[in-house]
Design a protein around this ligand. Sequence first.
Ligand SMILES: [Fe+2]
Length: 365
Amino acid sequence: MEWTSVARLPSLVLWWSAVAGVWLVVVNRWLMHWTDGTAKSAVIAGSLLSAFAASTLIGYHALWRWVPFGILGILLVGEAKRELLRARYSACEIGQGVEPTLMNSVITTTALQCRRVEITVPGLPCERLRVAQLSDLHIDHDLPFHYYASALRAVSEELPDLLVLTGDFVSRPEGLPLLEQWAALVTQAAPQVFFSLGNHDHWVDAQAVRSILLNAGAVDVGGRCLGLAREHGAIAVCGTEVPWGPNIPSFPVGIPFRLVLSHTPDNVYALADAGATIVFSGHNHGGQFRIPGLGALVVPSRYGRRFDRGAFKVADTHLIVSSGVGAGRPSVRLFCPPDVVVVDVVRQRTARRPTRLRRHRGSTE
Ligand SMILES: [Fe+2]
């Protein structure tokens, strides 16, 4: 064993890269449903340190030198598969003029962007419907209150018909009074405001978060559907908080246009099966830390980076994934601006044949 050999350094770097990749794919997905706390932090730190220490010891043995090439090769195949799937889903980055600013700014924690997308759907009982979305506020003293208020001002300037709030309003109990202050402004941003909760709301105090938003005049759609009258019929606004809260509700049979709030985009396949028209999600924060050209480093999704942020089409269901407004701890975003999402839904004139749902579960991305 050559403990001091500098020649072994490239081999060690390969091993560390392979271990980091395996950790992201395997351990991260296992940990993502754990409630934040000391136990989770200890497991993250312990598993990473153990993995790096073990790989350092193994990496000094020439016998194992080809193993990291194999691991990295498998991870690269997973990445190629992810790119292929995104192409099949017609996935695109939501928004206009977002990318050029990314290279100009490393820390993008409060560089709020407005991301616009227009989609055409059948069964819309009006000519157009403008839906604004705010997600993952994570309201806290780490960022100034006027920043969170500016997200509501940005929404009101877009004159939306509806505002949907897709969960993770708070990260800690200390955020609840701030949420109350923020929620008092929410109905000034749009004529109708709907919400469902995210994992952090459930981990902090789901009942308290719900009460604050209900008292402010927002409508809770977690686990249920509401019919809204439009010019030529009705639309359904529904919500689910699976896997942390209320299940996917039964969609009303007589209303073909179903707009669904689901904190995690991982529910999109089940919602497409159920007949959702558009799903609004957040949860992934666009990765929160991104590397230009490489993308998100860690995404808390069973599908890895497949739905990190952007607009997607899964069978006949549109999926919109917001990057979020706030940031999970640490409250920093790197090359990953927060966003206000504005979706213009336009009525499709002629009916298309329904698309068969293709499933691509369990990728190695
Ligand atoms: Fe979040």
